[in-house]
Design a protein around this ligand. Structure first.
Ligand code: CTP
Ligand code: MG
Length: 222
């Protein structure tokens, strides 16, 4: 089976606190987004990558990956879900992976694990990792209400893999805050499978994540 990918890359990285959007910060020999695209471009079953860019983006065209014939761009929207919806308009395959621009440490092994599940079960799925710490639910005053059952709690990662048409409909009809594709799919009653991936597939969010991502990348390329 062949796949399209959407890479939402239209954010400004406000929590990073740098003058340029975090996806363009350097990580070793190239920027975060370039590493992210390389991880997807290396997979022979991914025939197309739609990158959703900020209307103000001036950096993407300088990346060597922007010239790859499989890479196309579109203009993203105000929220991540809007950027993904924009990308969906250009998607050519029936199954689509959505992967954050800010997750440069995705491994081939995890990508294959996710794709294999979708292929064998004809079911959408997302990469995820079990939470490690004891989890507390709190009220507005930061008083603990109770302890959550950790065995049922997962961190949602990307890629998230769904049939294009079902995802399009789910995102168009979604209510409330939608911070990943699965949250829109869940609302429709679609059964979403969690596929356990590596905890190293971090979303670079704050300054201290840069050194960590660089470390994970260096380990992969050893
Ligand atoms: N994203 C997007 N369109 C938006 C907002 C976010 O394409 N309107 C992308 C980001 O570029 C990022 C991914 O969605 O690759 C995950 O979002 P997040 O980590 O929140 O990135 P930012 O929104 O850029 O960062 P921040 O929330 O700190 O501003
Ligand atoms: Mg954001």
């Amino acid at each position: 089976r062949l796949f399209s990918a959407i890479v939402p890359a239209a954010g400004i990285g406000s929590r990073m606190g740098q003058s340029i959007p975090k996806q363009y910060l350097s990580l070793g020999d190239q920027c975060i987004l370039a590493h992210t695209l390389d991880a997807l471009l290396a997979h022979p079953a991914i025939t197309q990558i739609v990158v959703a860019l900020n209307p103000q983006d001036a950096d993407f065209a300088t990346l060597p990956q922007s010239h790859d014939p499989r890479v196309v761009t579109t203009t993203g929207g105000a929220e991540r879900a809007d950027s993904v919806l924009a990308g969906l308009q250009l998607v050519s395959q029936d199954w689509v992976l959505v992967h954050d621009a800010a997750r440069p440490c995705l491994t081939r092994h995890d990508l294959d694990k996710l794709m294999t599940h979708a292929q064998q079960n004809e079911q959408g799925a997302i990469l995820a990792t079990p939470v490690r710490d004891t989890m507390k639910r709190a009220n507005e005053q930061q008083q603990i209400l109770h302890t959550e059952e950790r065995q049922h709690l997962w961190h949602a990662l990307t890629p998230q893999l769904f049939p294009r048409q079902a995802l399009l409909q789910a995102l168009q009809e979604a209510q409330g805050p939608i911070t990943d594709e699965a949250s829109a799919m869940e609302q429709t009653g679609y059964p979403v499978k969690l596929i356990q991936g590596c905890a190293s597939n971090i979303k670079v969010t704050q300054a201290e994540d840069l050194a960590l991502a660089e470390f994970y990348l260096r380990q992969q390329h050893r």
